[in-house]
Design a protein around this ligand. Structure first.
Ligand code: PGA
Length: 252
């Protein structure tokens, strides 16, 4: 049985005080959800430490939204994987389309970030996904395959075992437009097939999350699909009750 994960990507939202409140709201409602569902929250860097503290004893894991490509040194404004891991953070989101699009992250950058993450014991949540024009041109499978081959294929088997993948079609992120559950399943199955080409049977265990306007209303249909193992949630993760409702959306 693959792990079920619901991860909340808070993006550049919440002050530290608001973040702690949001976290407490999630923690207070978590008991309503099957313990088989693993929750992760990814607050901004400024409150990682406070959220890790608040998360003690809750079994909710904490992720960073990014990490530096370099280990340390003269990189003003960057935050290293070592700094993040030293706080007790377990995961790091890498390759989010907003990072690729607005901050020019390429596969070369992401290979370095992955290396830093693993070297410091952080498990990456690696995001892939095509833009609308790619899908309309029928190139979505090629784009996603390249995003996997250029980065994930460089991992060792041991590293791969800790990887979480998130399929986030760029046209569905924050747009209110969700991929249909069939579109999600088709791509998730494809991703698993590509992963199996390199890592064999281990790919059957890889958690592949769907992201892009997932919310309580559409999560049950998405999570009912065989290769959809949960969600990477943006907007709906900012409302504790919605985030928890998404956690309840796995088939019984
Ligand atoms: P969204 O964001 O749920 O607001 O569409 C998802 C994501 O970007 O991770």
């Amino acid at each position: 049985m693959r792990k079920k994960i619901v991860a909340g990507n808070w993006k550049m939202n919440t002050t530290p005080a608001e973040g702690v409140e949001l976290f407490k709201g999630v923690a207070a409602l978590k008991g309503e959800v099957c313990p088989c569902v693993n929750f992760i929250v990814a607050p901004p860097f400024t409150h990682l430490s406070q959220i890790v503290e608040a998360a003690k004893g809750t079994s909710i894991a904490v992720a960073a939204q990014n990490c530096a490509a370099e280990a340390k040194g003269a990189y003003t404004g960057e935050v290293s994987a070592k700094m993040i891991a030293s706080l007790g953070v377990e995961y790091v989101i890498l390759g989010h389309s907003e990072r690729r699009e607005y901050y020019g992250e390429t596969s070369a950058t992401l290979n370095k970030k992955m290396e830093q993450a693993y070297a410091n014991g952080l498990a990456p949540i690696y995001c892939v996904g095509e833009k609308l024009e790619d899908r309309e041109a029928g190139k979505h499978f090629d784009i996603v395959r390249a995003q996997i081959e250029e980065v994930v294929f460089n991992l060792t088997a041991e590293q791969f075992a800790k990887l979480v993948v998130a399929y986030e079609p760029v046209w569905a992120i924050g747009t209110g437009k969700t991929a249909t559950s069939d579109q999600a399943q088709e791509m998730h199955a494809f991703i698993r097939k590509v992963l199996a080409e390199k890592f064999g049977a281990a790919a059957a265990e890889t958690v592949i999350l769907y992201g892009g306007s997932a919310k309580p209303g559409n999560a049950p249909e998405l999570f009912a699909k065989e290769d959809v193992d949960g969600g990477l949630i943006g907007g709906a993760a900012l409302v504790a009750a919605d985030f928890i409702a998404i956690g309840k959306s796995f088939p019984k």
